[in-house]
Every structure is written in C-alpha cells, then in structure tokens.
Write a protein that binds this ligand. Structure first.
Ligand code: TEU
Length: 576
C-alpha cells in the first residue's frame, strides 16, 4: 500500500458534553464549557475530539435519543456556538468528530411522530412496525412480535395503542429503530451527514452502526429455561445488508470529498472477520471499529451487572487476536474507557494505593498497541468509579431499568443488586470531570445533574498536572511517542508470555526496529527473568550496557541491581 493514513498517528479524545464542563451554572455541561477547556486538550496533545451527541434530545439516554439531527440541544448551546467551537478546535490544529446515532431516533423525532400517526402515513415504513404475534391480542403478555430482549431491560417491542401495532426499539422505549431497508431513510441520513460535513466537521463516530441491517423475517431467539425474553443479537448484528449500507454511505457522503476525515463504527458483537472487511480500505466502508470483546471478558453469567475479576490471560489473548486479525489489513480502535464503561483504574487497576501506577500502566499497554487510541474525559487524570450509596444517586436509563427489573419482577433485594450497579453502572464514567478542588470540582457553579465524585480533592486536573506523579503528563508523553515514532504507530505486534497471569509483555516490530513493553499487572513485585521472544531469543534490555528506555511510569531503575524486577504496577518500554 501507499502512505499510511493520517489517523494511524492520531490520538482521539472523547467528550461527553453533559459531564465535561458547565459554563452557565445550570448544572449541565455545555458547549461553552468545552470552549473554556480546549487548551487542556491542546496541551494534552490529542489530534481529534469526538463529541458525544449534542443534538436536540429529550435526554432519556443523555442525547443518544435524537429528536432533530440538524441543530444543537438548547441545554448545550446553539448552532452559532457550535460553529465557534469548531473554529476554535481547528485553530488549535485539532479536528472535531460528531456522534452519528442513526440506528434509532428519539420517539419525539418528527419522523417517528409522523410514522406513528397512522398505518397509512408515508413514513410508516421508516420504522419497524409489526402486528401482535399470531393468536395474541395486542398488549397481552407475550404478544410482542418477537421475543427479543431490549438492551435496557424488558421486550424490544412497544405497543402503540392507537394503531394496535408494535414498534421495534433495541434500546429504550423512547429510541425506536429506523428501517434502513427503506431507501428514503438512507437518503435522509446521508443528506444530514453531508450537511454537517459542509459545516466543517471532520467525521463521525457511528453509534451501534453494525445493528442497522436486520434479518427481515425477524426470527425468534432461543430462550433460556425460566426466561421469556432472549438475545436477538444474531438477527441484527452485522445483518445481511450491512456492508452494502456502509459502502453506500461512504459513496454518498465521503467519496467525493477531498479532506481528511475519520470514520469509526461502534460495533458490539462484531467479529474479527467482519471488522477486517469493514476497515479494509478496499471495501470503502469505514476507517476503524470499536469492538467489544475485551470489555465483555469480566461480565459474569448474569451479564454486565454481574462482574467477575479480570482474567489477564484472557484479556491478553483477546487483544492479541485483534492485533493479529487487523494486522496487515484493517485497523483497530484502542480503548478501555468510554461513557458506557466503568473507569479503567477501578475496573482493571487499583484505584487506591496504586492509582497513579495502574492508570499509567494501562495507558502504556493500550497506547503501545497498533491502532488509534481513544482517551475518555477524566481518564487522563486517573478518575475513578464513584461510590454512590443509593439507587437515587444514579441517572442512567440502563442502570435504572435494570434495578427496576431486578428488584421488581425478578424479586431480588436492593442489597443484592447494588454491588453490581456500583461496579458496572455507566454512571461511573458520567460523573462531572474534576477540574480543581473548588466547589463541585470546578464543574459548575450550580447543582450538578449527577453527583461529583467525593474524591475530587485528591483527584482533579489542576492537582494532577502539578503533581510529581502526573497521569496527565504521562499521557502527554505517550501521545508524543505515537506522533514521533513510526514503530509505535505501525509496528507489528507479538504477544510474549501469553500464559503468565500478571505479566503483560509484547514486542512491536517495524523493519529492523523493535520495542519491548513489559508491564506488571499486580500489586506484587515481579521478576522478569527469563523473558524470551517467539523465536526463543532471550530479551533482557535492562541488563545491557546502555538500556534504551523509551518510556516508563516509575523513575528509571535500569541501572540498579534490581532492574530485572518490576515494582507493583510498573510498566516500561524499551527499544531493543
Ligand atoms: O452503546 C451501545 C451498546 O450496545 C452498549 O455499549 C450499551 O450502551 C450498554 O453498555 C449495553 O450494556 C451505544 C452508546 O454508546 C450508548 O451510550 C447508548 O446508550 C446506546 O448506543 C444507544 O444509543
């Protein structure tokens, strides 16, 4: 192939606007707050900002339920302010990527309001309307057209009393799924995307974009004993026309443009083979995908709210498979944190004694993989999960629906449900960004829409940046490394010591250049000797005359007699 695309050396930063910074004191983050903190991001050195949805929305799912694709939510600001923000991002040499949520709209979107109004409405077919199951009256238990469970609890079909038909909603009741089979739907989406690109935005992060092609016969899913609902995912994940739709989108939106975009598809349940096809430049679909395998490994038999301890061997194995599978063709997105995941330092690290060490260890491991790294707001200062006491502290629709279902029809006690919510709720990632040690951590002058993490006196951007052990300054160095080293951006990946329970070690190779990453994923010291590569060659750069340490999260101990031992949560990167 020719020159590597620009985004192979880029780092992306995700902003969740509600929780980033509030400029007008109403307790909700907004565009003004983002504008006030752009220098924080420019200093960090990121290339791209991905903005979670800022469009008008009833906010049942914090903006992932959109009622107008071509405007700005008044809580967040105005289109004029958006244009100003975009200009200020560009002035600082960064790019801005919008969230594209087109698997579903809000039930208050005019398209759905029309569609719902009557079975004869021209937009009826823009959504998935179906009659009750044969032999059932609409509204009877079990009368839903299929037995699919919604991601946010309960059936994925909702009855409209007026017309007696059900509509499909894979997520909340207020998020009806669009029917991509209808060419008018696709044309409307492409027109909207072109409108934003004409306005100057630099691409899209595409929400659950591998769900847009469903199996038209909407088959029943196999039900577990004692359950009535089941996982319909096989019938909408990477469905029959998915590659056709994404290729068509590429053609109608991006192909004619002479600019540097980035397109990233969020794809729960995507396989490596599909991901390779989606991101193979030959397919002309999208640039990269968010896959979910590695963030599902700690889900127990009861799902995400039944978390299990991290199995490092399984995690290494999974990430290595994706590194190899999208090695020569295709491209990975690299992430451990986002607005849907608990905080990585609490989930995979130690958010107490070793908060700095484990935050920077995971940053090292992730940013030294091949792919485009994504940083989620607050990750760069080591923010942690929030110790909320009661369910009334939570705001997330997924969490609240899960609580109601578990304590309601499933009859579980609140005490048995809360531990899973505390460790896994998406609200862990949605508490306000902790800017300083002032009131409400500097997030707002008013009452925040969700509680500030009480650890903000300890953990905040101002303090972190001034600290000897700064997570922020460590991320700066990792980003700089990706910008300046082809080896980091493009080198091939080889996992070492795959079966070791606490050592994460791998090499990256480009031409005759090679680097070695060694990371101790534990609170105990770890002796590295003997470490060999796939060919059986002994690797011990710390024992050489002039060990070349590219970056490490603890003060270099390379020359010391214990250089072959990693301290708790220590991570080092050597040039070999
Ligand atoms: O998430 C898609 C998704 O399948 C999961 O990440 C989901 O949010 C949840 O964690 C499942 O347990 C995307 C958005 O990132 C998320 O915020 C939205 O709620 C969802 O789509 C619907 O738009």
């Amino acid at each position: 192939g020719g020159v590597a695309p620009w985004w192979t050396t880029a780092v992306v930063y995700q902003i969740y606007p509600r929780s980033f910074a509030d400029s007008n004191g109403d307790g909700v983050g907004d565009l003004g707050g983002i504008r006030q903190h752009l220098d924080h991001l420019a200093d960090l050195g990121v290339d791209v900002i991905w903005l979670s949805p800022v469009y008008p929305s009833p906010q049942h799912d914090n903006g992932y339920d959109i009622s107008d694709y071509q405007n700005i939510e008044p809580l967040f600001g105005t289109l004029d302010e958006f244009d100003a923000l975009l200009a200020e991002v560009h002035e600082r040499g960064m790019r801005l990527v919008m969230d594209l949520v087109v698997n579903h709209t809000s039930d208050e979107h005019p398209w759905f309001v029309e569609s719902k109004s009557s079975p004869d409405n021209p937009k009826r077919d823009w959504y998935w309307w179906r009659d009750a199951r044969g032999g059932h009256q609409p509204g009877e238990p079990g009368a839903e057209p299929t037995n699919w469970r919604s991601f946010f609890s309960g059936p994925s079909w909702q009855l409209d009393e007026a017309t007696g038909q059900y509509y499909l909603h894979l997520f909340a009741v207020q998020q009806p799924d669009l029917n991509w089979e209808n060419p008018d739907v696709r044309a409307a989406v492409y027109a909207m995307m072109n409108w934003w690109l004409d306005r100057g935005v630099d691409g899209f992060r595409m929400d659950v974009i591998n769900f847009i092609s469903k199996h038209l016969d909407l088959p029943e899913a196999p039900v577990a004993p004692g359950e009535t609902l089941a996982d319909g995912a096989p019938f909408f994940i990477s469905g029959p026309r998915i590659h056709e739709f994404l290729h068509e989108m590429n053609e109608k939106v991006f192909a004619g443009r002479d600019a540097q975009f980035i397109t990233v598809g969020e794809m729960p349940g995507v396989t490596i083979d599909d991901a390779r096809q989606f991101t193979d430049p030959q397919s002309a679909e999208i640039d990269m995908v968010f896959q979910f395998e590695h963030v599902g490994l700690d889900h127990g038999p009861g799902g995400k709210f039944d978390p299990q301890p991290l199995d490092l061997v399984a995690l290494k194995h999974s990430l290595a498979r994706w590194q190899e599978g999208l090695g020569t063709v295709g491209w990975n997105s690299l992430y451990l944190d986002n607005h849907d995941q608990p905080r990585l330092v609490s989930r995979f690290g130690d958010d107490g004694e070793y908060r700095y060490e484990s935050a920077t260890l995971w940053a090292t491991a992730l940013h030294l993989h091949r792919g485009t790294p994504y940083i989620y707001q607050g990750e760069e200062i080591g923010m942690t999960n929030v110790p909320f006491e009661s369910i009334s502290d939570y705001r997330d629709v997924e969490t609240l629906n899960h609580y109601l279902e578990a304590t309601g029809e499933r009859g579980a006690s609140a005490e048995s449900v809360m531990p899973g919510i505390r460790s896994s709720s998406r609200d862990n990632a949605r508490t306000p960004v902790q800017w300083n040690d002032g009131p409400q951590a500097g997030f707002t002058t008013g009452e925040p829409w969700i509680g500030v993490n009480p650890n903000y006196l300890e953990v905040n951007a101002e303090r972190d940046r001034a600290s000897e052990r700064s997570v922020f300054r460590f991320y700066q160095r990792l980003i700089e490394l990706r910008h300046t080293s082809d080896l980091v951006a493009l080198g091939t990946f080889e996992l070492l010591e795959a079966a070791h329970p606490t050592l994460y070690a791998f090499t990256r190779t480009l031409g005759d250049e090679k680097l070695l990453v060694v990371a101790n994923v534990s609170g105990e010291p770890l002796e590295l000797w003997p470490l060999t590569d796939g060919a059986g060659t002994l690797l011990a750069p710390w024992a050489g005359d002039e060990p070349h340490l590219l970056i490490a999260n603890l003060p270099a101990s390379a020359a010391a007699p214990d250089a072959g031992t990693l301290a708790p949560w220590e991570a080092r990167v050597y040039r070999l």
